[in-house]
Design a protein. Sequence first.
Lengths: 176, 176
Amino acid sequence: MAPTAVTPVVLGLLALGPRSGYDIKAAVDRSTRFFWAASYGQIYPELRRLEADGLVAGEDAPNGARGRRVYELTDSGRKALEEWLLGTSVTIEYRDESLLRLFFADALPREQALALLEARQRGHEQYLDVLRAIDALPGRDPDFVDLVLRWGIDFNDWGRQWCEHQLQRLRRKKRS
Amino acid sequence: MAPTAVTPVVLGLLALGPRSGYDIKAAVDRSTRFFWAASYGQIYPELRRLEADGLVAGEDAPNGARGRRVYELTDSGRKALEEWLLGTSVTIEYRDESLLRLFFADALPREQALALLEARQRGHEQYLDVLRAIDALPGRDPDFVDLVLRWGIDFNDWGRQWCEHQLQRLRRKKRS
DNA sequence: TAGTGCATGTAATGCGTTACATGATTTC
DNA sequence: GAAATCATGTAACGCATTACATGCACTA
């Protein structure tokens, strides 16, 4: 089966340990969703496809009468993950409404345009709060999982400062 | 009509001057596509919707026998743009395969994992080249158009340095 | 016992890209 | 005369989200 956008997340998360579809969705919402989202509508069908292809192995692991199916990576699954990790595809999709507003902000009176920059700065600050709260959670993550969290924190901190700096620059420019 | 993702781009670009659908697509590909893409399949139907709603006015402006329809913003179109500019929606969608790779890089031998960071750094460098070439193009842009281009350049420059710095840190850590 | 969380799954919907069709004009 | 660019437009396809349905288990 041709891999889809959700394939690497499922394989990658299963590489960190066996999980159910529900668990995978929960892990995504805690971690990769900031740069790679996935929904139930993708995860469950994908797990069945991957099992049919022998990349993951599912096993029923009910809690009492409540059904539950836990998947783990097979050897070919691990190999497929490593191949993807070493691959060269570079999908980047970015949609940022705040940047789009800034881009068209010349249509506004100067003060309102600058307020958009301030709003963007606050957005970074709020994001920082969220990520720092995740960072403060107990338990240590593998090195590269932690590295990516650090990226999120550093990026938003940079973005916050960038907005501040540009605000100063543009206010100076206005006066001159 | 309820506004869609493509509505603000069309209104915003028309605020910078009258354009055809083709022109809009070309402008998007030169500018907003980095953070807000749009395709013909969105732009042409949207122009007809906006005209039906009175937000833009189209006029046939053929080049010889070759058909061409140029649109300009009406007063209510400008008002709709300003409303969106002052709105509070904050759509952010981000899909970055390079970050996803890093996130799962613990599954690789250390050296190969670090190579992923190096690859990300090169990605930033290439992006920088593209944006700096755009920046070097003759003609000056409105302040905030220029600000967003500056953001792209500064962000990639920051990202490049971040990768470099983390590479050093992780290599040091390995030795200890 | 009511509410929340665990757990699986799918149908409907919406959105956006890709690819194609058509044809004129300009440029080399 | 060929190739690239200008210009409009749509149909098909794939992808992803949303929303819903179902029901068990724990906890306050």
